[in-house]
Design a binder for this molecule. Structure first.
Ligand code: FAD
Ligand code: SF4
Length: 450
């Protein structure tokens, strides 16, 4: 897929990848073997009929291809851009065994971006049963869309002033355009009859108990994500110039700090160190680079263990990001004004595999060294915010604070279902959508017909 050149794109926040033309999309679609038993479909958490939509695209029928995808996914333009396809559908594609898998994600993106078709608007009885969804991220949107299609009256309560969850506050504009892509796909969910109540912090402005007991909702789905950042608890972490990736990215994305048209303050510094190796770390470091910083990743394992998507790592390298592997911070250093001036790190080596199956990093004694920098961004993972647990009667969570739920999404509280990052901890868009869809089916089974 064509891309903006690295030396150009580090000066702007426009999308890096430019998308296929119709000719390119049909050419790529023509590589699909239309397998009788497609290995790609079971690897997709929402089970899109992949050969079905690719066949229609090959024939040039983009609208019909969209209708096939829309049966399973309400966010094709989003997923086509950010899903880790290499581990999912494309990882299963038969052509990948000896050569290159079909670029299923790029084709899905093309269909999402170019179709003018819309999903059919479902019929709804005036006295349809009401379902409340908490959180307008991928899990909540997928659950809402499926329930609306089944004829329920669905209301989504969202704490922020915009729908999309991490899609609007976390993933940067240069990977996922907000107006052109996220807002358009949220509008498609709205057209199904889903109502959105924004700036509603459930647990503060209204509780789950009130939704069920006095607001007339027959069931509640919790898709509240995992938005609480983790820190390292090392000395100096409270100095000026240390940020969580969440705060840094929220300022840049949701609050448009990168644009001259907005007054949101943001500080990337001259030299920025981002601690972590996942997608969040890559997004933070590439954002800092675009804001003018000389930016580097510090990661305690080796390149092989980097959890970020291979494409994001490649893009980061092309953009001049430094990678300090097998390195772990032990202290943030500051001046007498309380500002960051550096970070003390220690070299690591890999020991025995831990419970995640990856070899665990072990400090090399006496190998400490100092990296000069004026900002440090912690991208070490997130956990769910405890607010919902604290304000909902009888809702069990595990030791990480994640809501305990069955594979179908049922929680310990009758009538309350949950899915996505709120249950699994930080994961992926498509896993959250799959959980939202499963919970929608379970909710329909629990409350009966609309
Ligand atoms: P979220 O997207 O977190 O949405 C939860 C929503 O609930 C939010 O809008 C929040 O405001 C709202 N909410 C929370 N509490 C309340 C409350 N009390 N009342 C009302 N509303 C509430 N995944 C990928 O597949 N590919 C990627 O490339 C990728 N990159 C990522 C980059 C970043 C920077 C981050 C942070 C994550 C990334 N992920 C990626 C992970 C992915 O975005 C998440 O797994 C996914 O968004 C989870 O969806 P969700 O609906 O469970 O939660
Ligand atoms: Fe096409 Fe690959 Fe799926 Fe077969 S496995 S149907 S070739 S995308």
């Amino acid at each position: 897929m064509p891309e903006q050149a690295p030396e150009e794109r580090i000066k702007n926040f426009k999308e890096v990848t430019l998308g296929y033309s119709l000719e390119q999309a049909r050419l790529e679609a023509s590589r699909c073997l239309d397998c009788k038993k497609p290995r790609c479909v079971p690897r997709c958490p929402v089970e899109i009929d992949i050969p079905g939509f690719i066949r229609l695209l090959r024939e040039g029928d983009v609208d019909e291809a969209y209708r096939v995808i829309a049966l399973s996914s309400s966010l094709p333009s989003v997923c086509g851009r950010v899903c880790p396809q290499e581990n999912q559908c494309e990882g299963g594609c038969i052509l990948g065994i000896k050569g290159e898998s079909v670029a299923i994600g790029n084709l899905e993106r093309f269909v999402g971006d170019h179709a003018s078709a819309q999903a059919d608007i479902p019929e709804r009885k005036p006295d349809a049963k009401k379902v409340a969804i908490v959180g307008a991220g991928p899990a909540g949107l997928a659950c809402a869309a499926d329930l609306a299609k089944l004829g329920y009256a669905v209301t989504v309560f969202e704490a922020l002033h915009k729908e999309g969850g991490v899609l609007v506050y976390g993933i940067p504009e240069f990977r996922l355009p907000k107006e052109g892509v996220v807002a358009r796909e949220v509008d498609a969910v709205r057209r199904l009859g889903v109502e959105f109540c924004l700036d509603e912090v459930v647990g503060r402005t209204v509780t789950v108990d009130e939704l069920l007991d006095s607001r007339g909702f027959s069931a509640v789905f919790l898709g509240t994500g995992a938005g609480l950042p983790r820190f390292m608890n090392i000395p100096g972490e409270n100095l000026n110039g240390v940020f969580s990736a969440n705060e840094f990215l929220t300022r840049a994305n949701l609050m448009h700090a990168y644009s001259d048209r907005y007054a949101t303050p943001i500080y990337a510094g001259r030299k920025c160190v981002v601690v972590g190796g996942g997608n969040v770390a890559m997004d933070a470091v590439r954002t800092a680079r675009r804001l003018g910083a000389d930016a580097s990743i510090v990661y305690r394992r080796s390149e092989q263990e980097l959890p970020a998507r291979a494409e994001e790592v490649r893009h980061a390298r092309e953009e001049g990001i430094g990678f300090m592997m097998l390195t772990n911070p032990v202290r943030v250093i500051g001046n007498d004004k309380g500002e960051v001036t550096g970070i003390e790190c220690i070299s690591m080596e890999l020991g025995e595999p831990d419970e995640s199956g990856r070899r665990s990093p072990v400090p090399v004694e006496g190998s400490n060294f100092i990296v000069n920098c004026d900002t440090v961004i912690m991208a070490l993972g997130t956990t769910p915010n405890p607010l919902i647990k604290q304000t909902t009667d009888g809702l069990d969570t595990d030791r990480r604070g994640c809501i305990t739920a069955s594979p179908e999404g049922a929680t310990s509280r009758p009538g309350v279902f949950a899915g996505g990052d709120a249950v699994t901890g930080a994961a992926t868009v498509i896993l959250a959508m799959g959980a939202g869809r499963k919970a929608a089916a379970a909710i329909a089974g629990y409350i009966g017909g609309a």
